[in-house]
Design a protein around this ligand. Structure first.
Ligand code: GLN
Length: 482
């Protein structure tokens, strides 16, 4: 019996049928990690502790909803007594004294945290190439990027090493790697999942969510991830539904918003064709297509690249060589300690963002850039509010194309920033959105994005699950994985 490529649903049934022990599951995960070391999907493993937990489950049967389910945690969540680097040299030796609420919630539900996954440094990137710990390979091709910033999580799930992983999404970091690696990934409504213990990039945009093979598994994990948390002042107090409950609702008469302002002409033809095929599939399930207008959508990327760097420049000021992580040696005074630690500890992309952020927040430019960006952000949110008066979901491609070659976009930050063209607006508006596999281009997977109304994860999961009942793009697996 193997758990490779199995969904959580399937693993749970294997456990209840006594076809596999908890220890066998965890042992196999570490074997798969070792065999697929070249993917570089993990930064730190948690082997001893995980095996101990599995043995405990074997010795005392458990009713916990996710008992013994192995899960990979993005290395952005603080994990008690387990190194947490956020993909950066500056946190190379950081061992947190506490765990993020997300990790606590999942472990309290029975999940076993297998290890910490590789990621773009401080979640800034779309290809995992900004990680201090090296590139991550996309299981679908040796030289292909897995997307980012949750690239290690996406790669590990796509290779069948773990059934699920956590990710975080500030502008697309769950959905874009999910699309490029052929898995399903969901960014919840802002505030649904506690940010406590997540290392902050852009606090008004960051949100954690599940990455798994199926929408159904995303629902299972989301059920446990969400909680109202007094330690996060932006955590919502709204009731948390059972996300599994509506997965099989009929889509008859449901309305899908098609954004007429979206310019698909610059896209790979295959992406457009695959997108239209998916829309037809939803029509055959009874849903209707409705044209909608989001007139300010084209301003999403420039707005994000003012707001996100501004917040990051402020958040990252805490890394100064005094309180956390690495500290440069041979300095003559405090100022040199700050300068040397930050110069050596941060990579180029992080420095670029800090510079842009400090600039747009500076006294002379605040009104022209930061304030203006906040105003445009409100307009984008209003556009979505208007559109959602008449529709249930919005659909777009998740990405402009499939996975690209490592190094091919490294010299041009703008090309890299455009990777999130379709995903960023959901973060600016705080809305939930999911990406699910909906086709293949030259043996490389690609995803469909479904954006939902505020707090309406259930509807996007329902759409995604019904699609996965009818199609098998989510079942495809990459060749050449051991
Ligand atoms: N790719 C985007 C960026 O580099 C989004 C990253 C994210 O969602 N964390 O900022």
């Amino acid at each position: 019996m193997t758990i490779k490529y199995k969904s959580i649903k399937e693993i749970k049934s294997m456990i209840s049928q006594k076809e596999i022990s908890y220890k066998e599951i965890v042992t196999e995960v570490y074997k798969l990690i070792e065999e697929n070391k070249d993917l570089n999907a993990f930064i730190t493993l948690n082997e001893e502790e995980s095996i101990k937990k599995a043995e405990e489950f074997d010795n005392n049967s458990s009713n916990l909803p996710l008992a013994g389910i192995p899960i990979a945690q993005k290395d952005l969540f603080c994990s008690k007594n387990l190194r947490t680097t956020c993909g950066s040299n500056i946190l190379n030796n950081f061992i947190p004294p506490y765990s993020a609420t997300v990790i606590e919630n999942l472990e309290n539900a029975g999940c076993i945290s297998i290890g910490k996954t590789n990621m773009d440094e401080f979640a800034m990137g779309s290809s995992n190439e900004t990680s201090f710990f090296g590139n991550v390979q996309n299981p679908w091709g040796k030289n292909l990027v897995p997307g980012g910033s949750s690239g290690g999580s996406a790669s590990a799930v796509s290779a069948g090493i773990v059934p699920a992983a956590t990710g975080t999404d500030t502008g697309g970091s769950i959905r874009q790697p999910a699309s490029l690696c052929g898995i399903t990934g969901l960014k919840p409504t802002y505030g649904r999942v506690s940010r406590w213990g997540m290392i902050a990039f852009a606090s008004s945009l960051d949100q954690a969510g599940p990455m798994a093979r199926t929408a159904e598994d995303c629902a299972l994990i989301l059920n446990e991830m969400c909680s109202h948390d007094e330690k996060d002042t932006t955590s919502l107090e709204d009731e948390i539904p059972n996300f599994e409950e509506n997965l099989n609702n009929s889509l008859k008469g449901k309305k899908i918003g098609i954004v007429k302002d979206l310019d698909l002409s610059s896209l790979n033809n295959d992406v457009v064709e695959i997108y239209h095929n998916s829309l037809k599939e939803f029509e055959s399930l009874g849903a209707e297509l409705v044209d909608i207008s989001l007139p300010n959508l084209s301003l999403s990327v420039p707005t994000y690249y003012v707001v996100a760097p501004a917040e990051c420049s402020s958040n990252l000021s805490r890394f100064d060589g005094v309180k956390f992580g690495m500290r440069s040696e041979d300095v003559k005074d405090l100022e040199e300690l700050y300068v040397k630690t930050r110069s050596e500890g941060f990579g180029d992309e992080v420095k670029r963002r800090i510079l842009i952020g400090s600039y747009v927040l500076s006294a002379g430019y605040y009104d022209a850039y930061y304030k203006k960006a906040q105003q445009v952000r409100r307009l984008i949110k209003n556009d979505f509010d208007n559109a959602f008066q008449n529709i249930d979901v919005i659909m777009t491609p998740t990405t402009r194309g499939p996975a690209f070659e490592m190094g091919s976009k490294g010299d041009d930050p703008i090309q890299m920033y455009l990777e999130d063209l379709f995903t960023i607006s959901a973060n600016l508006a705080g809305l939930p959105a999911i990406s699910l596999p909906n086709g293949n281009i030259q043996n490389k997977p690609i995803g469909l994005q479904i954006i939902g109304n505020f707090l309406d994860e259930s509807t996007i999961l329902n759409f995604a699950h019904m699609y996965q009942n009818e199609t098998n793009w989510h079942m495809y697996t990459p060749e050449g994985i051991k």
